[in-house]
Design a protein around this ligand. Sequence first.
Ligand code: G3H
Length: 251
Amino acid sequence: MRTPIMAGNWKMNKNPEETQAFLDGVKGKLPEASKVETVIAAPAIDLTTLVAGAQGTPLKTAAENCYFENEGAFTGETSPKALKEMGLDYVVIGHSERRGYFHETDEDINKKAKAILANGLLPIICCGESLEQREAGQTNDWIAYQVAGALVGLSADDVKKSVIAYEPIWAIGTGKTASADQAQAVVAHVRATVKKLYDAETADAVRILYGGSVKPANVKELMAKEDIDGGLVGGASMDPESFIALANYQD
Ligand SMILES: O=C[C@H](O)COP(=O)(O)O
Protein backbone atom coordinates (compact mmCIF):
# COMPACT_ATOMS: atom_id res chain seq x y z
CA MET A 1 0.00 0.00 0.00
CA ARG A 2 1.43 3.34 -1.05
CA THR A 3 0.68 6.27 1.29
CA PRO A 4 -0.81 9.15 -0.73
CA ILE A 5 1.05 12.46 -0.85
CA MET A 6 -0.44 15.91 -1.25
CA ALA A 7 2.46 18.22 -1.99
CA GLY A 8 2.23 21.96 -2.46
CA ASN A 9 4.82 23.77 -4.56
CA TRP A 10 4.72 27.47 -3.86
CA LYS A 11 7.25 28.33 -6.59
CA MET A 12 8.60 31.91 -6.16
CA ASN A 13 5.75 33.02 -3.92
CA LYS A 14 5.46 33.91 -0.22
CA ASN A 15 7.94 35.46 2.19
CA PRO A 16 8.69 34.16 5.72
CA GLU A 17 5.82 36.18 7.23
CA GLU A 18 3.35 34.76 4.70
CA THR A 19 4.80 31.30 5.32
CA GLN A 20 4.07 31.66 9.02
CA ALA A 21 0.52 32.84 8.28
CA PHE A 22 -0.03 29.73 6.13
CA LEU A 23 1.32 27.47 8.89
CA ASP A 24 -1.00 29.12 11.41
CA GLY A 25 -3.88 28.60 8.97
CA VAL A 26 -3.35 24.85 8.50
CA LYS A 27 -2.46 24.07 12.11
CA GLY A 28 -4.42 21.10 13.44
CA LYS A 29 -6.26 20.62 10.15
CA LEU A 30 -3.96 18.30 8.23
CA PRO A 31 -4.36 14.51 8.23
CA GLU A 32 -1.92 12.22 9.98
CA ALA A 33 1.07 11.39 7.77
CA SER A 34 0.14 7.71 7.80
CA LYS A 35 -3.17 8.58 6.10
CA VAL A 36 -2.09 11.27 3.64
CA GLU A 37 1.40 12.69 3.71
CA THR A 38 1.32 16.46 3.31
CA VAL A 39 4.34 18.35 2.02
CA ILE A 40 5.04 22.00 1.28
CA ALA A 41 7.87 22.98 -1.05
CA ALA A 42 8.81 26.59 -0.42
CA PRO A 43 11.40 29.10 -1.65
CA ALA A 44 14.80 28.86 0.06
CA ILE A 45 14.24 32.07 2.05
CA ASP A 46 11.15 30.53 3.71
CA LEU A 47 12.62 27.18 4.69
CA THR A 48 13.75 28.12 8.21
CA THR A 49 10.25 29.35 9.02
CA LEU A 50 8.65 26.37 7.30
CA VAL A 51 10.73 23.74 9.11
CA ALA A 52 10.27 25.41 12.51
CA GLY A 53 6.51 25.71 12.01
CA ALA A 54 6.11 22.15 10.76
CA GLN A 55 7.79 20.67 13.79
CA GLY A 56 5.40 18.58 15.85
CA THR A 57 2.79 18.64 13.06
CA PRO A 58 2.20 16.04 10.29
CA LEU A 59 3.44 18.50 7.64
CA LYS A 60 6.64 17.54 5.81
CA THR A 61 8.89 20.06 4.16
CA ALA A 62 10.63 20.39 0.82
CA ALA A 63 13.06 22.65 -0.96
CA GLU A 64 12.20 23.55 -4.55
CA ASN A 65 15.72 22.90 -5.80
CA CYS A 66 19.27 22.23 -4.66
CA TYR A 67 22.72 21.77 -6.14
CA PHE A 68 24.48 18.42 -6.51
CA GLU A 69 27.57 19.36 -4.51
CA ASN A 70 27.53 19.67 -0.74
CA GLU A 71 29.81 22.72 -0.50
CA GLY A 72 32.23 24.86 -2.46
CA ALA A 73 32.48 27.85 -4.77
CA PHE A 74 28.99 27.66 -6.29
CA THR A 75 27.60 31.14 -5.78
CA GLY A 76 23.85 31.26 -5.31
CA GLU A 77 23.34 27.51 -5.00
CA THR A 78 21.86 25.53 -2.10
CA SER A 79 23.63 22.56 -0.52
CA PRO A 80 21.65 19.32 -0.07
CA LYS A 81 23.76 18.61 3.03
CA ALA A 82 22.72 21.94 4.55
CA LEU A 83 19.07 21.22 3.69
CA LYS A 84 19.28 17.92 5.54
CA GLU A 85 20.92 19.61 8.53
CA MET A 86 18.10 22.19 8.55
CA GLY A 87 15.56 19.37 8.87
CA LEU A 88 14.06 19.23 5.38
CA ASP A 89 12.46 15.99 4.15
CA TYR A 90 12.23 16.36 0.36
CA VAL A 91 13.69 18.31 -2.54
CA VAL A 92 11.79 18.92 -5.79
CA ILE A 93 14.02 18.48 -8.84
CA GLY A 94 13.52 18.71 -12.57
CA HIS A 95 10.42 20.88 -12.47
CA SER A 96 9.60 22.02 -16.00
CA GLU A 97 10.18 25.63 -14.91
CA ARG A 98 13.74 24.71 -13.84
CA ARG A 99 14.29 22.73 -17.01
CA GLY A 100 12.85 25.48 -19.21
CA TYR A 101 13.97 28.76 -17.63
CA PHE A 102 17.18 27.58 -15.95
CA HIS A 103 18.36 25.00 -18.48
CA GLU A 104 18.46 22.12 -16.01
CA THR A 105 19.41 18.95 -17.92
CA ASP A 106 18.58 15.30 -17.29
CA GLU A 107 22.21 14.83 -16.26
CA ASP A 108 21.93 17.64 -13.67
CA ILE A 109 18.70 16.13 -12.38
CA ASN A 110 20.31 12.72 -12.04
CA LYS A 111 23.29 14.21 -10.14
CA LYS A 112 20.89 16.09 -7.89
CA ALA A 113 18.83 12.95 -7.21
CA LYS A 114 21.99 11.10 -6.16
CA ALA A 115 23.17 13.97 -3.93
CA ILE A 116 19.74 14.29 -2.31
CA LEU A 117 19.54 10.57 -1.52
CA ALA A 118 23.17 10.45 -0.33
CA ASN A 119 22.30 13.15 2.20
CA GLY A 120 19.27 11.30 3.55
CA LEU A 121 16.69 13.47 1.81
CA LEU A 122 14.13 12.26 -0.73
CA PRO A 123 13.76 13.62 -4.27
CA ILE A 124 10.47 14.52 -5.92
CA ILE A 125 11.52 14.08 -9.54
CA CYS A 126 9.37 15.91 -12.09
CA CYS A 127 8.78 14.98 -15.70
CA GLY A 128 6.32 16.15 -18.30
CA GLU A 129 5.71 16.78 -21.98
CA SER A 130 4.90 19.95 -23.89
CA LEU A 131 1.67 20.39 -25.85
CA GLU A 132 3.62 20.00 -29.11
CA GLN A 133 5.05 16.68 -27.93
CA ARG A 134 1.61 15.46 -26.86
CA GLU A 135 0.07 16.43 -30.18
CA ALA A 136 2.90 14.71 -32.05
CA GLY A 137 2.24 11.49 -30.12
CA GLN A 138 5.61 11.63 -28.36
CA THR A 139 4.42 11.74 -24.75
CA ASN A 140 5.26 8.20 -23.70
CA ASP A 141 8.69 8.13 -25.30
CA TRP A 142 9.59 11.51 -23.82
CA ILE A 143 8.43 10.61 -20.33
CA ALA A 144 10.31 7.30 -20.41
CA TYR A 145 13.42 9.18 -21.55
CA GLN A 146 13.16 11.73 -18.73
CA VAL A 147 12.46 9.08 -16.08
CA ALA A 148 15.34 6.86 -17.23
CA GLY A 149 17.66 9.88 -17.32
CA ALA A 150 16.79 10.94 -13.79
CA LEU A 151 17.27 7.44 -12.36
CA VAL A 152 20.62 6.47 -13.93
CA GLY A 153 22.73 4.65 -11.33
CA LEU A 154 20.11 4.76 -8.56
CA SER A 155 19.54 1.52 -6.65
CA ALA A 156 16.10 -0.09 -6.50
CA ASP A 157 15.94 0.82 -2.80
CA ASP A 158 16.59 4.47 -3.62
CA VAL A 159 13.89 4.47 -6.28
CA LYS A 160 11.36 2.86 -3.91
CA LYS A 161 11.83 5.78 -1.50
CA SER A 162 11.74 8.45 -4.20
CA VAL A 163 8.72 10.25 -5.59
CA ILE A 164 8.10 10.95 -9.26
CA ALA A 165 5.72 13.70 -10.37
CA TYR A 166 4.15 13.69 -13.81
CA GLU A 167 3.31 17.26 -14.79
CA PRO A 168 2.24 17.91 -18.37
CA ILE A 169 3.64 21.37 -19.13
CA TRP A 170 0.43 22.39 -20.92
CA ALA A 171 -1.57 21.86 -17.72
CA ILE A 172 0.66 23.85 -15.34
CA GLY A 173 -0.88 27.10 -14.14
CA THR A 174 -3.20 27.12 -17.14
CA GLY A 175 -6.37 25.92 -15.46
CA LYS A 176 -6.29 23.16 -18.08
CA THR A 177 -6.09 19.92 -16.10
CA ALA A 178 -5.27 16.69 -17.85
CA SER A 179 -8.39 14.55 -17.57
CA ALA A 180 -8.17 11.91 -14.87
CA ASP A 181 -7.89 9.29 -17.63
CA GLN A 182 -5.08 11.16 -19.39
CA ALA A 183 -3.20 11.58 -16.11
CA GLN A 184 -3.71 7.93 -15.15
CA ALA A 185 -2.46 6.74 -18.55
CA VAL A 186 0.85 8.58 -18.28
CA VAL A 187 1.33 7.85 -14.58
CA ALA A 188 0.80 4.14 -15.36
CA HIS A 189 3.38 4.52 -18.12
CA VAL A 190 5.85 6.01 -15.61
CA ARG A 191 5.26 2.98 -13.38
CA ALA A 192 5.74 0.63 -16.32
CA THR A 193 8.98 2.44 -17.16
CA VAL A 194 10.25 1.93 -13.59
CA LYS A 195 9.27 -1.75 -13.85
CA LYS A 196 11.25 -2.10 -17.06
CA LEU A 197 14.29 -0.34 -15.57
CA TYR A 198 14.09 -2.18 -12.20
CA ASP A 199 11.43 -4.73 -11.28
CA ALA A 200 7.78 -5.09 -10.30
CA GLU A 201 8.46 -4.59 -6.59
CA THR A 202 10.18 -1.25 -7.20
CA ALA A 203 7.44 -0.12 -9.59
CA ASP A 204 4.78 -1.03 -7.01
CA ALA A 205 6.56 0.88 -4.26
CA VAL A 206 7.47 4.17 -5.96
CA ARG A 207 4.94 6.93 -5.43
CA ILE A 208 3.90 8.82 -8.54
CA LEU A 209 2.08 12.14 -8.36
CA TYR A 210 0.13 14.09 -10.94
CA GLY A 211 0.58 17.88 -11.18
CA GLY A 212 -1.11 20.50 -13.35
CA SER A 213 -4.08 22.58 -12.18
CA VAL A 214 -4.99 20.19 -9.35
CA LYS A 215 -7.58 21.83 -7.09
CA PRO A 216 -10.14 20.80 -4.48
CA ALA A 217 -12.77 20.42 -7.25
CA ASN A 218 -10.85 17.79 -9.24
CA VAL A 219 -8.62 16.11 -6.65
CA LYS A 220 -11.04 13.28 -5.81
CA GLU A 221 -11.41 12.17 -9.40
CA LEU A 222 -7.65 12.19 -9.95
CA MET A 223 -6.94 10.36 -6.68
CA ALA A 224 -9.48 7.67 -7.53
CA LYS A 225 -7.18 6.48 -10.32
CA GLU A 226 -5.24 3.34 -9.63
CA ASP A 227 -1.72 4.60 -10.26
CA ILE A 228 -2.02 8.20 -9.09
CA ASP A 229 -0.59 8.43 -5.58
CA GLY A 230 -0.95 12.14 -5.02
CA GLY A 231 -0.75 15.64 -6.34
CA LEU A 232 1.99 18.20 -6.85
CA VAL A 233 -0.03 21.37 -6.57
CA GLY A 234 0.99 24.91 -7.43
CA GLY A 235 -1.68 27.62 -7.31
CA ALA A 236 -4.18 25.74 -5.15
CA SER A 237 -1.59 24.98 -2.44
CA MET A 238 -1.02 28.60 -1.47
CA ASP A 239 -4.21 29.24 0.43
CA PRO A 240 -4.55 27.34 3.72
CA GLU A 241 -8.22 26.48 3.21
CA SER A 242 -7.57 25.11 -0.26
CA PHE A 243 -4.57 23.08 0.91
CA ILE A 244 -6.59 21.71 3.83
CA ALA A 245 -9.32 20.64 1.39
CA LEU A 246 -6.77 18.95 -0.89
CA ALA A 247 -5.07 17.18 2.01
CA ASN A 248 -8.41 15.91 3.32
CA TYR A 249 -9.71 14.78 -0.08
CA GLN A 250 -10.66 11.39 1.39
CA ASP A 251 -13.25 12.89 3.75
O1 G3H B 1 4.53 22.03 -9.21
C1 G3H B 1 3.36 22.31 -9.43
C2 G3H B 1 2.89 22.40 -10.78
O2 G3H B 1 3.71 23.16 -11.58
C3 G3H B 1 1.43 22.67 -10.95
O3 G3H B 1 1.10 24.01 -10.81
P1 G3H B 1 -0.46 24.42 -10.84
O4 G3H B 1 -1.14 23.57 -9.83
O5 G3H B 1 -0.46 25.87 -10.48
O6 G3H B 1 -0.94 24.13 -12.22
